[in-house]
Design a protein around this ligand. Structure first.
Ligand code: NAP
Ligand code: 12T
Length: 339
């Protein structure tokens, strides 16, 4: 459990990555009560310095004593690092907020979006999981609808930015775009196919049931966060040539009839959600407008005329912020509030 203090010793593991860099920025931006910050990455980054509150902080590699005296560790260095090091950190008395998929479905590990299921934080055993980016933004919009009409089934298709895969994938989209436009050969290192000027219906690995792991994360994590195993979810996850900002087309079937206006009102009243829905003025959420922002933007809200009680909507949020770093920092803020 986290002890109440004025300020905390905070570690960021994976501090040089796409998510880790955003974590450091958000801790600074939100004036998180940091007494001292410790930044970790691989041996490739040894000796690098990262700025925090005007000070240059040395990036280090992990060892068994790295977490001694640290209160809170934000992990974002890949699932295998989390599997190995999160228990080491927890045993040192540090509370871990882990951004990988390693611990999310462990029944001992709370999986939390602070606006949706903050009470699940109460019984943690030292490790708390940050949900998948696509799941986080979807449950932010599902929760207010579930509260007024009880959701029976969700059908979602995603349009996911390359930054979800990390820095190497952002470099790949940039380089492939330049090479393609210059009539040069396009090389693929990160994804199995060209992503520039293309779409890939393939995120994370394929499983035996024909779905990708990303699709099954959306199914299983949504039920765990919403605390309702009766919600049926089916997903198709697609990588698009966008740098930042995941979009989702979400179809929701509810027990009770909800009009589009009722849905917009419930969404607008939910913290962290912004309704951006004026199609007559070409106003709807876009990745380029959500990029760098904290909120989940919702638009194109309309009734599904093919079923009795259904809604369609379009969601966009910054996958590196609410989808990853911001949600992790908000979990840490909630833990402090509860301490
Ligand atoms: P990234 O840009 O590739 O960064 C990876 C980070 O991990 C870098 O800082 C890297 O350090 C560090 N790292 C690699 N090996 C390490 C080791 N042995 N010890 C310590 N640090 C090591 O990737 P990213 O996009 O930031 O993603 C990082 C993690 O977050 C992954 O687990 C990913 O699954 C997860 N993620 C979750 C969400 C979500 O849905 N909430 C979204 C995106 C990513 P170097 O710079 O030294 O290589
Ligand atoms: N493969 O946190 O590639 O489980 O966009 C997040 C994003 C895994 C995760 C991606 C991924 C995760 C991606």
């Amino acid at each position: 459990m986290l002890q109440k203090k004025e300020q905390y010793k905070v570690a960021v593991v994976g501090a040089t990555g796409a998510v880790g860099e955003e974590m450091v920025l958000i801790l600074e931006e939100r004036k998180f009560p940091v007494d001292e910050i410790f930044l970790f990455a691989s041996e490739r980054s040894e000796g690098k310095k990262v700025e925090f509150q005007g000070e240059k902080i040395m990036v280090r590699t992990l060892n068994k004593d790295s977490f001694k005296g640290i209160d809170i560790a934000l992990f974002s260095a890949g699932g295998s690092r989390s599997k190995e090091w999160a228990p080491v950190a927890a045993r040192s008395g540090c509370v871990v907020v882990d951004n990988s998929s390693a611990w999310r479905m462990d029944p001992e590990v709370p999986l939390v979006v602070p606006e949706v299921n903050p009470d699940d934080l109460r019984n943690h055993k030292g490790i708390i999981a940050n949900p998948n980016c696509s799941t986080i933004q979807m449950v932010m919009a599902l929760k207010p609808i579930h509260d007024i009409g009880r959701i029976k089934r969700v059908v979602v298709s995603t349009y996911q930015a390359v930054s979800g895969t990390g820095k190497k994938a952002m470099d790949e989209l940039l380089r492939q775009s330049a090479d393609f436009l210059n009539f040069n050969e396009v090389k693929c290192n990160v994804y199995p196919h060209q992503i520039a000027f293309n779409l890939l219906p393939h995120i994370d690995v394929f499983l035996e049931n024909g779905y990708t792991k990303e699709e099954m994360k959306m199914v299983n994590e949504t039920r765990k966060i919403m605390g309702d195993d009766s919600i049926r979810v089916t997903a198709t996850t697609v990588r698009v040539p966008v740098f930042r900002g995941h979009a989702e087309s979400v179809n929701i079937e509810t027990e009770k009839k909800i009009t589009a206006n009722e849905a917009r009102a419930a969404l607008a009243a939910f913290p962290g959600v912004v309704v951006f829905d004026a199609p007559e003025k070409n106003v709807y959420p876009l990745p380029i407008m959500a990029s760098g922002k904290d909120e989940v933007y919702v638009g194109r809200v309309r009734e599904d005329e093919s079923i009795e009680n259904g809604l369609n909507m379009w969601l966009v949020s910054d996958n590196l912020r609410k989808g990853a770093a911001l949600n992790a920092v908000q979990i840490a803020e909630k833990l402090i509030e509860m301490a």
